[in-house]
Structure formats: C-alpha cells, structure tokens
Write a protein of this length. Structure first.
Length: 509
C-alpha cells in the first residue's frame, strides 16, 4: 500500500480548495491560542512563537489494482469532498485510512520574518549527507508496515486471511478486556515483579528543607530555569505557555517567612527590562564562540519583542536530588511535603514537582516526572500525577485529583518507594500509583535507543529526582486559556502569586 503525493496533485488541490479541509498542504502556527490551518505561511509571525506545523494529507482512495505506479501517484486519489465522510471517485473506489505527514518547523532556529515575508533559514549543522536540510517529522499511522507488506505480498484477493486472522485476535482481546476498555497498554515487556524493601526503622529523617526564613532566596539550594524554553528546543516549555522566566526579585522573593513566585504583566520600564533580559539570554544561549549562530540569535531576539508576561521557576537540580533505595542502611521510603497557597485566576498554573536529574532512560518522559501538586485557573482541583512511558510523543501519565481552593494554605505530600507512590492533601490520601509489574496501567519506561533500562523504571530508585517550584501562565493544563483572558487576569490580579511556606524532604530507612 505504497502512497506518495506528487507535486502536481498538491498544486491542483490547492488551486481548487474552498476551505481548509480540502487543502492537501496546510500550515498552522503553534503559538498563542487556537490558530486555524492556512493554505500558505501564516501572515503574523508573532503567532508562531512555538513553531509552525506543515501538514500534508495523503490520498485515501485506491484503484484496487496496483500498489504503486510509474508516476507514483495515479494508483491513488483524493475523496471528492472533504476528508471525512466524502465518497471516493469511481476510478478509485476503495477507501483507505486518511494518513497525514507532519513537519514541525522550529522557528527559533530556522525561521524568521522580514517585511518581504517568511524566510526559512536552515542551521548549517542540521543537514543530511546530501546537504539537504532536515526537519523533525512524524508519519502518523496506525499500521504495522511489515505486516501490511506481508499481506500485500500474499493476498491478491479480498478478504485477506492474514488480516481476518489479526482482526479476530483483536476482537478476542477486546472481549477479554471488556470490563476495563480504557485501561492503558501494559509495558512492551513485562518486568520482574517489584519487591518492596523491608524497612528497618519507623523514624523520619529530614534530608532537605527550606523554611524560607531568610531575607532572600537561598541560592545555595535553589537555581533558576530562565527563558521560554526555546534554548532547549521546547519553546513555550512544551506546553504552549506564555510566560518568560526570570531571576528578577519582582518575580521571586522571600517575605515574612514565605517564598513568593509572582507572575506579572509588565509595562513601562519593567517591560523594557524584561525584553532586554530576554535579548541577553539569546546571546548567552546562541552566541557562544563554539556554537555561534546568528540566525538563532536574531530569531530569538525577534521573539523578545513580544514578551510581556514574566514569572519564575526555581529548582534544586544543582544542589539536591532524592530517590528511595533498597539497601539496608538506605532510605527506602521518601516523603516530600510542601506547604503552599495559590491565587485564583484564568491561566495561572502553580506547581510543586520533580524531574529526573539525569535522563537515565531517555528524555521526557521516558525517565519520568513526579507532580506533587499542581492546579490551574480557579485552583479548585489539585492534581497528583506521574509521567512515564516512552520519549515524547510516546509518553503517557497517571493522575489523581481532589478538591482544593485558592487563598488558603494546603499541605501537599507524596510518598515514594521503589514500587509505589501515594498522594495526600491536608492529611487525606487522594491518589496512588504502582509499578506496571504490580498492576495493569502501572508505570513503566520504554527506554530510547542507547539508554539503559531496569525493572520498574523510571521510578525504581536508581534515577534520582530534583525539586521544581514554578508558576506558569497559560498552557494546555489551563485548557489552553486564550492570551487575552490571561492578560486580563494579570491586570485584574496584580498580586498573582504562588506562595510556599516550606519544602521538606524526609527519608525512612
């Protein structure tokens, strides 16, 4: 079932397109809010702060006779109307699944906008052997290509016994799991069952704490994550967020024994200071002599002209990491406790969480993420979550929720041993998770090529985590709150703070 889209087919379809669903090749900004697909490059570069997606829709009608043709296109055709539900032309009567090919343009590195329109600039160090530029691309399909090729080789008739057999097995499997049809897939290979180590003590030892009782943030414990994430190739921090993280005392400060992370809509001199800070970060990230890239500096600096929301994100990555162990004289149970207070407002997303200090099993989320507490908007729901599985986009997560509220103090806790986790809020347990070796839908890790693995990864205790405290503004967790609603919140709520009275990490042997 080999299909290609020839240039002539693309051009012809675009000439006759009357709406976005009829277009073969469309573009979409991955920036602020919900942007529609367009037939050409988006007209406003400010909307593409998180990149641009080009989507190529493959023909989904087959003539039923040949797997390919000399022109690599005439054996397939497009439906007569929109992609969904429209009939195939009489010359190509067999309807196939509609497949899409997506190309993601990282505008921070290869795109900039001039008064003459879009100019795609390819980094010199991102080239194929032939010298052609390379892009990140996903071919979206649900087919096992090896199996389909075998079916194509062996079956010249319909129905195909191979496909019938596979379909019967699929139906049988569905019937066996009918009581829990929404259960996530189990790990690709079943690990050895996790064995919880026997504890030798009932005493909690305090292994890390910050009571925020000084006059300023203790930078021997905390360091800053700065910027918009583009320097790590995750613009808008991978979640369509609007804020630019700084180390300014306006965004993070200690007062009356409380840490305050303050999200602000900057104006006047403060706005210019934010944008100048952003420009200095462009030079710091992309202007090093060993990796100097003027195109990236220019594209980064252009984005700075649109920054106006500031916030802060701090981490113990450089000072403290933690994980439960199994040794006789090691901490077998870890407890993380955070006393916090949130502010209600559309687009506000405070969080106390933990990330792996090293990506032992691969980049996010193959090496895991632990969310002790996060909430959004009116802050009426608290979430305790773990992220795991494969590297994005093959990741998954498990989450639990409980009622919460803004404007009052809460105690959020997570308990972690090598086999399980438990979440509590204000003394009441509201969620739990276990290794995939102990229950269906439990955590697992599918390591990336070149990375190690172990039973019960990524929360098996061999992969230490560090703390993160931040308040994001906007993003998918807020329901992709529109930018105008977010800025209205910050104008109406000048004290949009995430407050933390203390952070404590305990261990029990």
């Amino acid at each position: 079932m080999k299909m290609f889209v020839s240039e002539s087919m693309i051009l012809e379809k675009q000439k006759t397109a009357t709406n976005v669903f009829d277009a073969v090749l469309t573009y979409k900004c991955l920036g602020y809010g919900d942007q529609v697909d367009t037939l050409g490059f988006p007209s406003d570069p400010a909307l593409c702060s998180q990149g641009m997606r080009a989507q190529l829709t493959m023909p989904s009608c087959w003539n039923g006779q040949s797997s390919t043709t000399e022109d690599a296109s005439s054996h397939v055709a497009y439906p007569t109307g929109s992609w969904a539900g429209s009939p195939c032309p009489a010359s190509h009567p067999i309807r196939l699944p509609t497949l899409f090919y997506e190309v993601l343009y990282d505008m921070s590195s290869i795109g900039m906008y001039t008064n003459k329109g879009w100019v795609l600039q390819y980094p010199l160090n991102v080239r194929s052997e032939s010298g052609d530029p390379l892009f990140h691309a996903d071919f979206l399909n649900g087919w096992d290509q090896t199996f389909l090729q075998q079916a194509l080789n062996e079956c010249g008739v319909t129905p195909c016994p191979l496909i019938q057999k596979a379909f019967s097995a699929c139906v049988k499997n569905t019937e066996e799991n009918i009581d829990d049809p929404a259960s996530p897939a189990k790990p690709p290979s079943a690990p050895a069952k996790c064995v919880k180590p026997r504890r030798t003590s009932k005493k909690w030892d305090l292994v890390f704490s910050d009571e925020f009782d000084g006059e300023t943030l203790d930078t021997s414990k905390w360091s800053f994550d700065l910027g918009d994430g583009c320097q790590y190739n995750i613009c808008a921090w991978g979640n369509d967020e609007f804020q630019y993280y700084t180390n300014s005392s306006r965004n993070v400060y200690v007062r009356d024994g409380v840490l305050r992370i303050h999200s602000r809509l900057e104006t006047g001199e403060n706005l210019e200071e934010l944008r100048n800070f952003c420009r200095s970060m462009c030079v710091e990230h992309f202007g090093k002599p060993e990796s100097f890239d003027q195109a990236k500096i220019d594209a980064c600096a252009y984005r700075c002209d649109f920054q106006e929301i500031s916030s802060a994100r701090i981490t113990t990555r450089d000072s403290f990491s933690f994980a439960p162990k199994s040794g006789v004289d090691e901490y077998k149970l870890i407890k993380v406790e955070v006393k916090l207070r949130t502010t209600s407002g559309n687009g506000l997303w405070p969080a106390a969480w933990a990330l792996p200090t090293e990506s032992k099993y691969g980049v996010w989320a193959a090496s895991g993420e632990i969310d002790v507490y996060e909430s959004a908007n009116d802050q009426s729901l608290a979430h305790g979550t773990i992220h795991y599985g494969g590297q994005w986009p093959s990741n998954t997560y498990s989450t639990s929720t409980t009622r919460s509220s803004a404007g009052v103090w809460h105690r959020a806790l997570v308990y972690w041993d090598v086999c399980s986790m438990r979440w509590r809020l204000d003394g009441r347990q509201f969620g739990s998770a276990k290794s995939g070796s102990l229950e269906d839908g439990g955590w697992y890790s599918t390591p990336a090529e070149g990375y190690s693995t172990s039973p019960n990864a990524p929360f098996d205790g061999t992969n230490p985590f560090h703390l993160v405290l931040n308040q994001a503004v906007g993003g998918r967790f807020t329901g992709s709150m529109p930018y105008p609603a977010v800025t209205a919140t910050l104008m109406d709520t000048p004290d949009a703070t995430f407050e933390i009275a203390y952070v404590r990490v305990y261990g029990m042997k």
